[in-house]
Design a protein around this ligand. Structure first.
Ligand code: HEC
Length: 162
């Protein structure tokens, strides 16, 4: 038993050497969502606290983000999250992609699927009120230009999507 515990401890220690690199990209004012769209200070605060840790190139890392395997789990959230909605590249993606992301954000607010539960367990300040959800949703609604609907129709006609 004792030997088993030593081996386990050694594995856990060695695993600490294998860490994903942290995401820390410079903010490009010509591309960042907040820089470009200038939301109210209140809404900016909500977006930074509740979304930017997984949907931007400037996540804030908690202390436990240094521990393997938690760090891999967080890194996966950031990679996955940014694939769907990335505040850092907001201004540089094609218009229809921006429109699509705005539509998805509105959907997530309505279904209360974001921020992820696992995040709000540890980030109490990211638990959104209904008023905050509406504020986010209305903000993104105003950014929609319908270009995603046009692109979607094109893709359907071309048989690229169902
Ligand atoms: C803890 C990390 C985390 C936080 C915080 C977070 N998200 Fe996400 N988000 C993800 C991940 C991971 C995915 C992709 C997988 C999924 O849909 O669950 C995602 C997906 C999305 C999608 C795409 C959904 C789809 O169906 O394509 C949108 C839009 C989104 N998030 C918006 C937001 C908004 C807005 C906030 C802030 C209010 C937020 N997220 C906060 C991790 C996060």
């Amino acid at each position: 038993m004792k030997r088993f515990l030593y081996i386990l401890a050694a594995i856990i220690l060695l695993a600490q050497l294998i860490r994903p690199s942290k995401v820390a990209e410079p903010v490009d004012p010509a591309s960042d969502l907040i820089a470009l769209t200038k939301p109210t200070a209140e809404l900016e605060g909500v977006l930074r606290v509740a979304c930017y840790d997984c949907h931007s190139g400037q996540p804030r890392y908690p202390w436990y983000a240094n521990i393997t395997p938690v760090n891999w789990w967080l890194a996966q959230h950031i990679t996955d999250g940014r694939k769907h909605f990335d505040a850092t590249t907001w201004g540089t993606v094609p218009a229809y992609q921006r429109d699509h992301q705005a539509k998805e954000v509105m959907e997530m607010m309505e279904k209360k699927e974001m921020p992820l539960d696992s995040y709000t367990w540890t980030h109490a300040d990211a638990r959104l009120t209904d008023a905050q959800r509406k504020q986010i949703s209305d903000f993104f609604a105003a950014k929609r230009d319908g270009s995603w609907d046009v692109e979607k129709a094109r893709r359907k006609a071309a048989g690229e999507i169902k």
